[in-house]
Design a protein around this ligand. Structure first.
Ligand SMILES: [Zn+2]
Length: 450
């Protein structure tokens, strides 16, 4: 087995993955709070950790990959407002939308997708333990974690305790012993339409404790990889780590791995495209292959811009592989392939460097393109499979529907008449129907927008 390393936020180092149970790995990744449709930024951790999980399975590990769904949260109460069916219906609808949107990425589903509302019992048990051990205190139906009584606080985010803000605003401020304390349980408020009984009265859990309890329930303590977006390092993951260690005397996770943010570049998007930052809109506009290509083109830890230009580059990369695929045969691999295959998987083993791996895959494609003979594509298929892009090697059976063919003919007429504006308008119309016109030497050709 290759040594696999990942950057660990807690120690600030790239560290070897040393499974707690040999041959097995537990991964927990913080998923969405379901109060609206998810955007492209929310999709990044789903893509990064789904692909990391694929790679770990490829390397021979048995994995259990858990991504939670936060369906009890202030944001959901606020978004539901007076809607019929209230916060529960909104959370159910948005959970279904999240599953449908992420299904379209074609990455499969995590092994478990626990919902906070189904784990209230284990959440209460963990809070009780924290109260018993003197790390938390109930007051007026709320329960708060005492941050200053926990000396390791700050070990994940490396912030100075005195510079921290839990982001809870004025809520509960008069009840906290210290402004730094954060809520584990919140007493029921009249405006909230869901609540559960607890030893402290009716109420509902705080956000951070949900993850500590669900992760432990499904993966046990000291599981291997805890992941999420870098916006969760503080306070969410700092608090998860503190709650579990304070309550159990053992760490929650061994490696804390964070992906960089997606910067949604509004100014660099065509205005007519609607809210292209929502994942389902982006999938309608570009298709899943360019989106996956876009995500693997950047290193998971780096922030990345999401704009028209980058998506065009990703679509071009997809086309490059599709074009090369026409010359490949399914069996075997040429002799020059083995070192490239090794370099590809080594790049992934080294802090999951997908851009370096991808560069190796393109080197492979260039080699194949230089060959005058058909080339066996088995290695390339294996490489692309780990990036969930093996479908680019499938032969395409494209049938252009009649309305698109008609439009293409009208565009050819417009061009012949020198009406370039009209030809451009028709090109755009074809794009909106999912077709790209390419004016090749043999006349115009319609290619599906991938
Ligand atoms: Zn979480």
């Amino acid at each position: 087995m290759r040594t696999i390393t990942l950057h660990d936020t807690r120690t600030g180092q790239v560290r070897p993955l040393e499974p707690h149970d040999p041959g097995q790995l537990g991964l927990y990744v913080c998923g969405p709070t379901v109060y609206g449709r998810i955007h492209v930024g929310n999709a990044r951790p789903f893509v990064v950790f789904s692909l990391l999980n694929r790679f770990l399975v490829h390397e021979g590990y048995r994995t259990r990959f858990v991504t939670n769904i936060t369906d009890v949260n202030d944001k959901i109460y606020a978004a539901a407002g007076q809607r019929p069916g209230g916060s529960q219906r909104l959370a159910q609808e948005m959970t279904a939308a999240y599953v449908a949107d992420t299904d379209r990425l074609g990455l499969g589903r995590p092994d478990d997708e626990p919902r906070a509302s189904e784990y209230i019992g284990v959440i209460i048990e963990l809070i009780e333990r924290l109260v018993e051990r003197g790390h938390a205190y109930p007051v007026s139906g709320d329960v708060y974690f005492q941050v200053r009584e926990y000396p390791q606080y700050g070990e994940i985010s490396h912030r100075d305790v005195n510079q921290m803000d839990q982001g809870e605003g004025v809520e509960g401020a008069e009840l906290k012993r210290d402004p730094l304390d954060f809520a584990l349980w919140k007493a029921h408020k009249p405006a909230e339409d869901t609540w559960w009984d607890s030893p402290w009265g009716p109420g509902r859990p705080g956000w951070h404790i949900e993850c500590s309890a669900m992760a432990e329930a499904l993966l046990g303590l000291e599981f291997d990889i805890h992941g999420g977006g870098s916006d969760l390092v503080f306070p969410h993951h700092e608090n998860e780590a503190a709650q579990t260690f304070a309550g159990r005397g053992r760490p929650l996770a061994r490696l804390w791995v964070h992906n960089g943010m997606v910067r949604l570049q509004e100014a660099k998007m065509a205005k007519s495209e609607g809210n292209i930052f929502l994942l389902h809109e982006a999938l309608d506009r570009w298709g899943r292959d360019p989106l996956i290509m876009y995500f693997v083109s950047g290193h998971y830890r780096q922030p990345v811009d999401f704009d028209e230009e980058r998506m065009e580059q990703a679509a071009a990369s997809v086309r490059r592989i599709r074009e090369a695929a026409r010359r490949l045969t399914p069996d075997s691999s040429p002799a020059w392939s083995a070192p490239l295959r090794e370099a590809f998987f080594d790049a992934l083993a080294n802090d999951f460097n997908t851009p370096r791996a991808l560069a190796t895959a393109f080197e492979w494609v260039s080699q194949a393109n230089r060959s005058s003979e058909p080339v066996g594509g088995r290695d390339l298929r294996e490489m692309l499979g780990v990036l969930a892009l093996e479908n680019l090697l499938e032969a395409e059976q494209v049938t252009v529907p009649a309305p698109a063919r008609e439009l293409a003919a009208r565009r050819a007429d417009a061009r012949a008449a020198g009406d370039w504006a009209q030809a451009d308008r028709i090109r755009e119309e074809l794009r909106s129907q999912g077709w790209e016109v390419r004016d090749g030497p043999g006349g115009p050709e319609l290619l599906p927008l991938t």
